[in-house]
Every structure is written in C-alpha cells, then in structure tokens.
Design a protein around this ligand. Structure first.
Ligand SMILES: O=c1ccn([C@H]2C[C@H](O)[C@@H](COP(=O)(O)OP(=O)(O)OP(=O)(O)O)O2)c(=O)[nH]1
Ligand SMILES: [Mg+2]
Length: 146
C-alpha cells in the first residue's frame, strides 16, 4: 500500500535499488537522526527480504546516511517502511520534504540456516584471521596493507 506518489520506483532500467520517498517534512540538524516515514507498506513473498540502503548522492553531497544500513525488512512485516536517517555533516542542516527520495530498497532472496552446536569446525585457509589480518605478517604491517 502506498500514499499517492510514494510507490517505490527504479530510476533506470536494471537498477538494483528502488527509491524510497519521504512522507514527511523535517529538518535534520548536524549530527541529528530521525526515523522518517515513507507512507508505504507491502507484503514480500516468503523467501525474500528487502534492505534499506543509503543513496550515494545524498551521502556524498550532504553526509546523509541510513543509520542501521542495511535496514532489514522481514517478509512478514506489514507496517510502514521507515528509514532511520542520520545527518553526519558537522555543520550543515538537511531539509527533507514529502516526496524527496531519501533511501533505496533492494529486494533479495534469502535462505534460512539451520544452526547446530558443534565441538569443532572444519579447517580453512583463513582460519581465525579477520579484522585486517591480511595486512600483517608475523605481527608486522605489510606494504600491501593499504
Ligand atoms: O530500516 C528499517 C529496518 C526495519 N524496519 C521494519 C521492518 C522490519 O521487518 C522491522 C524489524 O526490523 P529489525 O529486525 O531490524 O528490528 P529489531 O530491532 O530486531 O526489531 P524486532 O524485534 O521488531 O525484529 O522493522 C523498517 O521499516 N526500516
Ligand atoms: Mg528483528
């Protein structure tokens, strides 16, 4: 369901993200966040999820991001899609009007894991390495670390 003019739409053929429009008028001050309505709700088919992600143009030009990105929309959710927006700019406020494209929605198939407690895991090349492990050897940074 969508209020007039609020239906998500792909800006160009083949786009992955369908733009979400604000249903509200508000001002985000520097460093402020707000849960912004979109005036839409929908029922995804089982086996799919939708993800609310930032628009790069708003991020690059105004420092606007989706605080919880990617925001997860469960297939069973029937409420209004809302966008937790954040203004990361240190000094400029950001004004939003109804109909403004504030974020985008990506619909994807999902699979369900069956979680099992085990005593040991199969070996792998990566093992426990993470969090920058590919940029160090024997505790020293590598040239390729950047
Ligand atoms: O950016 C978002 C993220 C979530 N939701 C809605 C749809 C989603 O299905 C529901 C719950 O989201 P999530 O699971 O991320 O929140 P939670 O904090 O775990 O709440 P809950 O206990 O309701 O699952 O809220 C939005 O409208 N926008
Ligand atoms: Mg949840």
């Amino acid at each position: 369901m969508a209020a007039p003019g609020q239906t998500p739409a792909y800006a160009q053929p083949g786009d992955a993200g369908a733009d979400l429009r604000s249903s509200e008028s508000l001002v985000l001050g520097p460093g402020e966040r707000a849960l912004v309505g979109t005036g839409i709700s929908f029922a995804l088919p089982e086996g799919y999820a939708a993800f609310v992600v930032p628009r790069s143009g708003l991020a690059v030009r105004h420092g606007i991001t989706v605080l919880n990105s990617p925001g997860t929309i469960d297939a069973g959710y029937r409420g209004e899609i809302k966008v937790p927006l954040m203004n990361t700019d240190a000094s400029a406020e950001f004004r939003i009007e109804p109909g403004d494209r504030i974020a985008q929605l990506i619909v994807m198939p999902v699979s369900w894991a069956v979680f099992q407690a085990v005593e040991a895991l199969p070996e792998s090349v990566r093992g426990n390495g993470g969090f920058g492990s590919t940029g160090v050897r024997d505790g020293a940074p590598l040239e390729s670390a950047r």
